[in-house]
Write a protein that binds this ligand. Sequence first.
Ligand SMILES: O=P(O)(O)OC[C@H]1O[C@](O)(CO)[C@@H](O)[C@@H]1O
Ligand SMILES: [Fe+2]
Length: 197
Amino acid sequence: MSIASLTPTTRSVATQFDLSTGLAAGTASLRRPLSAMAGMYADAEAFAVAVAVEDVLSYEFYDMGVPSLETEIAYGTSVTYPGRVGDEYFMTKGHFHTRLEAAEIYLCLSGEGLMLMESPEGDVQVEEFRAGRSVYVPGRYAHRSINTSATEPLITFFAFPGDAGHDYGTIETKGFRKIVVERDGVPTLQDNPRWQS
Ligand SMILES: O=P(O)(O)OC[C@H]1O[C@](O)(CO)[C@@H](O)[C@@H]1O
Ligand SMILES: [Fe+2]
């Protein structure tokens, strides 16, 4: 292959991700400390205590700066760290896509967890993440990654249409219908007591 024959671009076409950390040296990630998750966890008291004790990094991910165009593919890695707020596992905020019909694909690189998905009509789907397993998030489904390991980060690679956009407002206002908590050492799906119709 002639590397010189590649079309010059203002953006890098190749990125080296460290498979043990999920991170790309020299590329800035978007970092979400626990304090950025106010209102997301069911146990508000446990959340306040956890943030006061130490505002740890709960997850980080990459926005590789792909143009927001239908013809482009936004991608990156996402790293959700192990931890809990009360009985609820560390998780991403979660979102619908602004273009609701836009789907997304995830490949789990390491760790273990769940993808929680929910349609506006209230259909809830849960899929398992483990190394080598992909999870396809259909269009119209809000999605949230949840790390169910007590020790290992959940590392995924994701890709979605460049013009999908992120609608965080709906989840910030209403929450997901379901949450995942640890019961007798087992990840368990239960109704979200803070969900608002
Ligand atoms: O955007 P959230 O819900 O905080 O979670 C971050 C994850 O979602 C994505 O936006 C992909 O949909 C990624 O950047 C990352 O995997
Ligand atoms: Fe998404």
